[in-house]
Design a protein around this ligand. Structure first.
Ligand SMILES: CC(C)(COP(=O)(O)OP(=O)(O)OC[C@H]1O[C@@H](n2cnc3c(N)ncnc32)[C@H](O)[C@@H]1OP(=O)(O)O)[C@@H](O)C(=O)NCCC(=O)NCCS
Length: 333
């Protein structure tokens, strides 16, 4: 009997099976996000469930693939756009390379067009082969940048690299600082939206409008560090590293946004990184667009990340054509 592929909407009932599917699909990457059940449940509740565009792929009734899709609002050159944001996309290891991903993405595109979306968007990394697939399907790179990193716990980072003997040396590179009485912490990386709104967007950037507060995650908390009129919002992510076939889980913290500048921002950053370290984060990172403004996130060498998009309405195609690909290494005007 030949295999029967079914594509259908991803449902609440599929949620328990998602962590295993995603973690297993991404197992060929030497370091990726660890898709913890709590993290997926929170994102499902926050944006995937309401969009009703996520897909499950089944072969002979068994779940072998999933594509998560969220609807987001954005502005480009003042024109409002509806984004269908795609990802993660995953096909179980045994079923990869047989066309399933291509079929899922075609179905997602058709559904996003029917929902009135203007652009499909996604984020990926240059080191993952998946970006070739996205290019083949008509996605274009709209941003290429390198993540900036601060090392918080050299010994933990050395474990993740599979080289524990490097721990002492890496500990010398740790970004350390003392908490400052002027810095206040607020729970939730989306707290203090009024400060976040001050961050000036890059010229000609696609600006996503805030979605509203994320449901709090007890295990993977986020917080805002504020010093006078400067602040930064951080979110903890669980990561899985696979040095020499072993699996090492750790926490890393992302600086999602920052506002303000000068000594106040520097103080907020030092205090935020000290707290993240205390809470067990091995390193901190930020996409270069926001990191340029965050003192202390300097170690270069993080992975190159790509933001890709495909226009699926007249407005989306028009705005995408006007969007200048922004490259950290050769910034456009
Ligand atoms: C990316 C992924 C969803 C594609 O699904 P798929 O069913 O394997 O894709 P298809 O068979 O339709 O297309 C194959 C293309 O996907 C890309 N690809 C990515 N990972 C691949 C893998 N492990 N095996 C084969 N192709 C892969 C390649 O570009 C390939 O095309 P090419 O060989 O012409 O360059 C799937 O391979 C996967 O789950 N990979 C691991 C998780 C991942 O990297 N997700 C995307 C992160 S942004």
């Amino acid at each position: 009997m030949s295999d029967v592929l079914t594509l259908r909407p991803l449902l609440d009932a599929d949620l328990p099976a998602l962590p295993d599917l995603l973690n297993q699909a991404f197992a060929s990457h030497d370091e990726t996000q660890w898709y913890a059940p709590e993290l997926l449940a929170s994102a499902w509740q926050w944006e995937w469930q309401a969009a009703r565009l996520s897909l499950a792929a089944e072969v002979n009734g068994q779940l072998v693939g999933a594509t998560l899709v969220a609807l987001r609002r954005a502005l480009h050159q003042g024109e409002p756009l509806l984004l269908a944001h795609v990802g993660p996309v995953a096909v179980s290891a045994q079923a990869q390379g047989q066309g399933l991903g291509t079929q899922m993405l075609a179905a997602v595109e058709a559904a996003a067009r029917a929902a009135g979306a203007d652009l499909l968007t996604l984020g990926t990394e240059e080191r993952f082969p998946a970006h070739r697939l996205y290019r083949r399907l008509g996605y274009r790179v709209v941003e290429r940048s390198r993540t900036a990193i601060a090392l918080l716990d050299g010994r933990r980072a050395a474990q993740a690299l599979g080289k524990p003997w490097l721990g002492g040396l890496l500990a010398l590179l740790e970004s350390r600082g003392k908490p400052d009485a002027q810095v206040q912490f607020h729970d939730g990386a989306d707290a203090l939206p009024e400060l976040r709104a001050q961050t000036p967007p890059r010229a000609n950037a696609l600006v996503e409008l805030p979605l509203g507060p994320r449901p709090p995650m007890a295990q993977f908390p986020g917080f805002v560090a504020q010093c006078q009129d400067a602040a930064l919002g951080l979110l903890t992510w669980p990561v899985i590293a696979r040095p020499a076939g072993r699996e090492v889980t750790m926490r890393v913290v992302q600086v999602l946004w920052s506002s303000g500048a000068g000594p106040a921002l520097a103080k907020a950053t030092v205090a935020a990184l000290a707290r993240a370290r205390e809470e067990g984060a091995a390193s901190a990172f930020a996409l270069a667009g926001s990191a340029r403004r965050v003192p202390g996130l300097l170690l270069p060498g993080g992975p190159r990340v790509l933001r890709m998009a495909k226009g699926i309405s007249a407005a989306g195609e028009r705005q995408l054509a006007a969007m200048q690909a922004w490259d950290e290494w050769a910034p456009g005007p």
